[in-house]
Write a protein that binds this ligand. Structure first.
Ligand code: NAL
Length: 326
């Protein structure tokens, strides 16, 4: 796979394609970041962006993970002490999941966001941005309620972090796109450069195939789930024998194969008794999706296989969590 393909595979959107192509021409030493509001337990949403970070490390880029403690505080996620605690657990789970520790810089937001120069730049951004614009940038991240002043400071700080962390590429879920668009507009106002952004898709709810799966609503899989939990959740997942069900629905089983399993394994083996046709081996997502569609692969076999690969992916993080709690 060429570097541009590796960088952009499974991305829902790159802004702009031309800027990302330029990065792909010379990726060595380029700094890419993802920021996360600390959360004590990783779920599939976190792992989707982590998969992208692993791709980017493979492409030779340096990865910065921002443990966005101040942002979590501004978004009402708890006291500073609680947030710090969860951030340490989060970091340990990312490393267990497979982020190369020797090539990943973990930074706490509070390490630089409370500096004088940063604060003055932030105030300049506050002066340059309308309330309406900042609220719109924050709507998806806050999940509705953006009535507090903290909610409009949040996207401005995220904008500024792109400059202060000296980044070449911003990565995030599609829910971050409005903040990244704000950053493209506002950074030049302060005399800073515009940076490209890459957005990963948001996977549909496991059970219904509707809308967006997140930790707060709907069914997801987390590092806390046992092997049995994973099997049960995948087993009750929505899985019509097609890639594109009617209307707004998605096939979450296929999405998980595409975004979570295939990027991390060279081949996927569906184990089947001889009387049902014997084992199936797939090197590409498309081949598996085509077999599900044609009926060659039964949804129950697809689910059983998905559950066991997902379980293998989360097992090291689950172990780490147990260790940290004992
Ligand atoms: C991501 C988040 C917060 C601050 C950031 C600063 C720089 C780069 C990325 C950042 C968290 C993100 C979320 N807004 O919704 O999880």
């Amino acid at each position: 796979m060429d570097t541009y393909e590796l960088i952009t595979r499974n991305a829902e959107e790159v802004v702009t394609d031309e800027e990302v192509r330029e990065l792909a021409d010379d990726p060595a030493g380029k700094r890419v970041y993802v920021g996360y509001e600390p959360s004590g337990v990783l779920h599939l949403g976190h792992l989707l962006t982590a998969n992208k970070l692993i791709d980017l490390q493979e492409a030779g880029m340096e990865v910065v993970v921002l443990l966005a403690d101040v942002h979590a505080y501004l978004n009402g996620k708890g006291t500073f002490e609680e947030i710090r605690d969860t951030a340490e657990r989060m970091k340990a789970q990312f490393v267990a999941y497979g982020l190369d520790e020797s090539n990943t810089e973990f930074v706490y937001g509070s390490e630089f966001q409370l500096d004088e120069e940063y604060t003055l730049d932030l105030h300049e951004l506050e002066l340059a941005t309308t309330l309406n614009r900042a609220q719109r940038a924050m709507a998806e991240i806050a999940g509705g309620e953006t009535a507090k002043v903290s909610h409009v400071v949040y996207p401005l700080m995220q904008t500024l972090d792109i400059e202060y962390l000296d980044l070449d590429l911003a990565v995030g879920g599609l829910d971050q796109r409005k903040v990244h668009m704000l950053a493209r507009e506002e950074l030049p106002e302060l005399g800073y450069d515009v940076r490209p952004a890459l957005h990963t898709p948001i996977v549909a709810d496991l059970e219904s195939g509707e809308g967006k799966m997140s930790s707060s609503e709907g069914v997801t899989i987390s590092m806390e789930d046992s092997t049995e939990d994973v099997a049960e959740k995948v087993n009750s997942a929505f899985c019509p024998p097609t890639r594109d069900p009617e209307g707004d629905l998605e096939n979450p089983v296929l999405e998980l194969f595409e975004y979570h399993v295939f990027p991390r394994f060279d081949e996927i083996i569906v184990e089947r008794p001889e009387k049902y046709g014997g084992d199936l081996t797939y090197e590409e997502y498309e081949a598996l999706a085509a077999d599900l569609e044609s009926g060659e692969l039964h949804p129950a076999d697809a689910k059983g296989t998905l559950a066991s690969y997902l379980d293998e992916l989360i097992a090291p993080g689950r172990e780490k969590l147990r260790e940290l709690r004992s």
